[in-house]
Design a protein around this ligand. Structure first.
Ligand code: FES
Length: 61
């Protein structure tokens, strides 16, 4: 996932974009999918996007 599009919706349940997730991770120093869920609600619906959230976390660390 090297070409992350900040405008891409990552979590379709909660309508959270890649950019929103990146900003939350940077602003909060988030380390886990659970923390991203608490900060943005991403991943707290069907859970289907959690692997992508993990990829974003891996990309940023
Ligand atoms: S797509 Fe993110 S929780 Fe369903």
């Amino acid at each position: 996932m090297n070409n992350m599009d900040v405008n891409e919706t990552i979590c379709h349940c909660m309508g959270v974009t890649c950019g929103e997730i990146i900003e939350a991770i940077k602003a909060g120093g988030l380390k886990t999918v659970e923390e991203v869920g608490e900060a943005t609600a991403a991943g707290t619906g069907c859970g289907g996007c959690q692997s992508v959230i993990q990829e974003i976390l891996d990309e940023l660390k």
